[in-house]
Design a protein around this ligand. Sequence first.
Ligand code: FES
Length: 197
Amino acid sequence: MSVDQKMDGGRRQLLLATSAAGGVAAVAVAVPFVGSLTPSERAKAAGAPVEVDISKLQPGQMMTVEWRGKPVWIINRSKEMLESLKKTDELVSDPKSDKPQQPEYAKNETRSIKPEIMVAVGICTHLGCSPSDKFKTGAESGVSADWAGGFLCPCHGSTFDLAGRVYKNKPAPDNLEVPPHKYLADTKILIGDDGKA
Ligand code: FES
């Protein structure tokens, strides 16, 4: 069993096979003898949490891991990217994250536990396409001249800011979901389990 992690940073793309310190080890420990599991235990294993090492994720970069068959984005937001959230505050439809698409600990200005690290399910809340990252700002982004950086869903044009908040008057009704997660160490995140369930 292997889990690939994809890291995107501007034009750079780096594919990382998850190391023994990453999710594979966690899954291997959680599922020692898959053949001996009962159906309900197997179902639980399929939704097992994924441990992610973010030590190589530089400011401005994003990586994608798979959890429960869904892409989960982890973005290390630079100072400029965090600043952009103040600008987009009045442009998005649910700036305060009032709708319950994030755990309590991510119901804040940055929708995250640590301000710089964003964790979000990379699936558009309209009809389930996967939005593309558009981190460049302004006309260079190809989105609009005043684009502040974020994500564009190619299917029907919904746009999201760098906290996954959907812009007003777009087909997507809601912000991107923030999955349950927690920090196991400063650079290690567990996706899918925050110890609260
Ligand atoms: S699926 Fe994203 S805008 Fe429709």
